[in-house]
Design a protein around this ligand. Sequence first.
Ligand code: ZN
Length: 142
Amino acid sequence: MKKTCILLRNSSEVWIPEEKADQLAQALLDGTAPRFVKLTDAGNRMINTADIVEFLSQEQMDDKARIKNGEWQCDQGGWHSKKQKCDCASMAMQKVRDREDEERKKELSKERTPAEQARINKRLNQMREDLAKRLGWASKKK
Ligand SMILES: [Zn+2]
């Protein structure tokens, strides 16, 4: 089950099921949330809804922890340590290049097998002959 973290003003984190957090968030948006809520999924903890600072998903909490540890996120969405330079774009480019190389090699190896080429030529000739025969037969029938 997915959980959401309710971050309180005193920096304490309360984790409750995502669904219930969404309901509470909606009530706060609508202005219908009570002043206090009892969180049955968090040890019946009573919290003052006015003390809620943020609702955060697990991923957002992980990101927060990374930033706290001095990591940073680049435009490509990769995480890097403080001193590390981002090489995500060149890595992605290299991957594409590698794949192209591999495909080119495959194509080349296909052309390079003389036995295979001979087999293809033979099959093409046969198809041509068959077609000629069939056409000849068809025209005779007309
Ligand atoms: Zn990067």
